[in-house]
Write a protein that binds this ligand. Structure first.
Ligand SMILES: Cc1cc2nc3c(=O)[nH]c(=O)nc-3n(C[C@H](O)[C@H](O)[C@H](O)COP(=O)(O)OP(=O)(O)OC[C@H]3O[C@@H](n4cnc5c(N)ncnc54)[C@H](O)[C@@H]3O)c2cc1C
Length: 393
């Protein structure tokens, strides 16, 4: 098979890249190891920055998001049994976040690609990438048991943190920066009306907790746990009991409880691979960088990367101008590191440190006091949380 851009991975990065390239008149083929159903049902991120929302709308895949997404103008920081609202909208001059599940974005993108006769090969295996240090890279795989080779001009490495693209780059050409946190998040999806209209980030002496939602009747709630926490130790009753403690307020706040329909533990890490390109292989999204989910940046960074990559490739095909492609990594990494800093900062302000001392907790409370009483500090949080504007290119 021959195409212009071969894309490894049908997560948000790979699908959005394929969609944006299509709008530029560039052909691509996406290959994915999982089934369509699996990627459409995988519950992950759910907070879209203003820039991501604008990009989905401008590229014609925002219809259902506009109907079903929940626009939030603020978030709550809770500590010392009291809530403090950060007014994102007012502090950023009119920017907001939209709560819309990543799997819904993925469904919308798959629909758009298939309606435009785009090619996505699901359930492939033995994927490998070749020849990207020359002019004719290729992706080899097995599809329905048959070997297949896709020859292309460029490869989009959008296969997530555990994919094959990044490890295929010679180790001495990449520099990895990594921080692993001594805690994780136990997350549940529950059939329960969210007890707050906006997200609640709670710093509690027993550990961090986050109340989020996927719809007016589905709560998504997380609690800080060990990175290797055994789910069997957490029957639903224990989860609710712990969550109720961590969200307590003097006004008697209670979470609405309901049937838990999904449960999982996610370890937390910060990771960046530099540069995000080698020859004609371009890494995007989690394949190149990971952030702890506290800042809600993972999916948004993936969207920002492929926005730049699609424009850079369009420039190359239209004008044979490789300038933007050459600067791809540099352009992305500035935003990536800003998001790394913000995600690390939110994480360190909200989580109980491993073996943390009373000093650490008092320091966190002082920081939260500052963020919720100083307009300058609150504005900094709001600008980063709602998302920095995209670079003009
Ligand atoms: C378990 C988990 C939970 C998360 N929860 C949150 C959250 O609550 N909040 C938040 O803000 N962010 C969260 N994130 C982060 C966010 O979901 C990611 O940043 C986002 O998915 C990045 O999109 P991506 O397309 O780069 O990567 P992915 O979504 O990982 O997509 C990569 C795709 O590549 C496919 N693939 C992998 N290897 C191959 C291969 N060899 N060949 C072909 N295809 C391959 C995978 O199956 C996958 O479909 C979570 C991430 C994970 C992993």
């Amino acid at each position: 098979m021959r195409t212009q851009v071969g894309i490894v991975g049908a997560g948000p990065a790979g699908l959005l890249l394929s969609h944006l390239l299509h709008l530029e008149g560039i052909e691509s083929i996406v290959v994915e190891t999982h089934t369509r159903r699996h990627v459409e049902e995988r519950i992950r991120a759910g907070v879209l920055e203003q820039g991501t929302v604008d990009l989905l709308n401008q590229s014609g895949v925002g219809g259902r998001m506009r109907r079903e997404g929940l626009i939030h103008h603020g978030i709550e920081l809770r500590f010392n049994r009291r809530g403090h609202r950060i007014d994102l909208f007012e502090l950023t001059g009119g920017r907001a976040i939209t709560v819309y599940g990543q799997h819904e974005v993925v469904k919308d993108l798959i629909d758009a690609r298939l309606q435009a006769d785009g090619q996505i090969l699901f359930s492939v295996d033995q994927v490998s990438v070749h020849g990207f240090d020359g002019k004719s890279p290729s992706i080899r795989l097995r599809s329905a048991g048959e070997p297949l080779e896709i020859v292309c001009d460029f490869i989009g490495g959008c296969d997530g943190f555990h994919g094959v693209c990044r490890p295929s780059i010679p180790a001495d050409a990449l520099r990895n920066y990594e921080k692993v946190y001594p805690f994780g998040w136990l997350g549940i999806l529950a059939e329960a009306r969210p007890a707050s209209e906006e997200l609640v980030y709670s710093n509690h002496e027993r550990g961090f907790a986050l109340l989020s939602m996927r719809s007016p009747v589905l709560s998504r709630v997380y609690l800080q746990c060990r990175p290797d926490e055994e789910l069997e130790e957490w029957p639903d009753d224990r989860i609710w009991e712990e969550l109720q403690l961590r969200f307590q307020t003097d006004e008697g706040f209670r979470l609405n409880e309901g049937r838990v329909v999904q449960k999982g533990v996610t370890a937390m890490r910060s990771f960046v691979a530099e540069p995000m390109q080698y020859g004609r292989l371009y890494l995007a999204g989690d394949a190149a960088h990971i952030v702890p989910p506290t800042g809600a940046k993972g999916l948004n960074l993936a969207a920002a990367d492929v926005r730049i990559l699609s424009r850079a490739m369009a420039n190359w095909y239209r004008n044979r101008d490789g300038g933007l492609l050459e600067r791809y990594s540099q352009l992305c990494l500035r935003r990536v590191w800003r998001a790394q800093h913000f995600s690390w900062w939110m994480t360190s302000m909200m989580h109980r440190p491993d073996g943390g001392s009373e000093f650490d907790h008092r320091r966190q409370l002082a920081e939260l006091d500052n963020v919720t009483t100083s307009r300058a500090a609150a504005t900094n949080l709001a600008e980063n949380y709602a998302g920095l504007p995209f670079e003009v290119i």
